[in-house]
Design a protein around this ligand. Sequence first.
Ligand SMILES: Cc1ncc(COP(=O)(O)O)c(C=O)c1O
Length: 436
Amino acid sequence: MASRSYARSIALYEESKRHLAGGVSSNVRYASAPVPLFFERAGGARMTDVDGNTYIDYVLGNGPAILGHAPPSVTRAVADTLALGQTYAAQHERELQLARRLTGLLPSLEVVRFATSGTEAVQAAMRLARAFTGRPKIVKFEGHYHGWTDSVYVSVRPSLNEAGPSQAPVPVAESNGQSASVLADLIVLGWNDLDALADTFARSGQQIAGVLMEPVLVNAGVIPPQAGYLQGVSRLCREHGALFLCDEVITGFRLGLGGAQALFDVRPDITIFAKAVAAGFPLAVIGGRRDVMDCLLTGNVMHGGTYNGNVQSMAAALAALDELARDDGAVYRSMHRQGTRLMEGLRAAARQHNVPMIVQGYPQILQTFFMKGSPPRTYRDVAAGNDRDRALAFCKALQEEGVRVNQRCAWFLSAAHDDAAIDETLAAVDRALARL
Ligand SMILES: Cc1ncc(COP(=O)(O)O)c(C=O)c1O
C-alpha cells in the first residue's frame, strides 16, 4: 500500500518552529512521526489530519475523550453556558452541583477541590500530605508519571544504568533544569513490591508523609497491581500515619465510575482525578478525607488557580457524568465489549504473524508490549524486556493504516468505538503486523 502523504503537516510544523517553541505545546508531542501531525477535526472515534488522512483514534487526547471526540451532550451543555461567562473569581452553583455529585459517587471523597490540570492537582495533594502529617517525604514509584513539576518528575523513565539496584532505586531527575534539592524529599521504590514498602516504612516511617502512585500503572505500559497490593499499601500507610495518595488521573472514570479504587476496593486518603472526568475539557479534582482537605482552610495550606471551577469545565463534567452513568453504565458495558474484542483480536493477530506480543490491561485501557516471557509487573520488567523500536515501528505502521495509538502503544477506548471501528482496526492491525 502506498504511504500516506503528510506534506501539509510537515510544512505547518516547519512554520510552527519559527513561532512556537519546538513547534509544539507539550514535549510529549515531539514523538509523533514523521513530524508532530496537525489535525483538522475530531469526532467520535475518528480524527482527520490536515492532509486529509483519517484515523481511528486510540490516543483520545491521552485519555480524556472517554465519550469520543466532541460528544454532543457535553458540547451542547458547554455551549449552553458560554454566554454566562467563563471564570468569575467567585463561587457559582455548578461547582456545588459537581462537588455534590462527586462526593456522592465515591466513598473516599468526603470533600473535593477543583483545579485545571493533573500536574497541579498532584502538587496540591503532596503539599496537603506534608502539611497534615508534618513530615517531609513522599514515596513514589519507578515508572509512575504524576506531571512535570520539579517536585515529582523523577524516576519516570530512568535508564537502568542510572536507576541503581532494584531493591534500593536511586531517584533520577528527568529534566534538565530541575531543582536537585527536591530529590531529598522523595523516596523512590519499585512498584508492586509490598515488602520493599514495608521495609521503607520500618526504616523511615516517621519521615513519610504520603505514598503516591498510579493504582494501575499506565505510564510505563499498562500494568495491573498484584492481588492485595493496594490494600497492603493502604494498611501500611494507616499503620505508619502516612497518607495514601492515589493518582487516578487516567484510571478515574475510565475503569468504571468508581475508578480503580472501586475496582480494587481500596479507600485512598486523597485522590487526584483529571482527564476523563470532564470528557476533554480541562478539569482536575483533588478530593478525600475531610480532616486532610480542611487543611486548605484551617492549616494555612495554599491552593489557588485562576481557572479553578470555571463555568465550562463544571458544565462539561456534569454532562459527562450524566452520560457515564446513563442506563446503569451502558458506556462501560460498550467499552468492555469492544475493548475485549480488540484485546482478543490483537492477540490472535500477533499469533498469526508470529510476533512476540503481550496484550495486557483492561478493555478501557490496554497495552501492546513487544516482549517474550511473563507479563511485566514493574517498570524495570518493561524497560529491560520491551522492544521499544518494534513498538515504535508498529505505531508507525498503524498510523499508515489509519489507526492512531500513542508511541508507547497504549490504547485508550471510548464509548464511540463501535463494532465498525473495531473491525476496521483489527484489519489494520493485520496489515500493520505484515508490514513489520
Ligand atoms: C497518572 C497521571 N498523573 C498526572 C498527570 C498529569 O496530568 P496533566 O497532564 O493534566 O497535567 C498525568 C498526565 O498524563 C498522568 O497520566
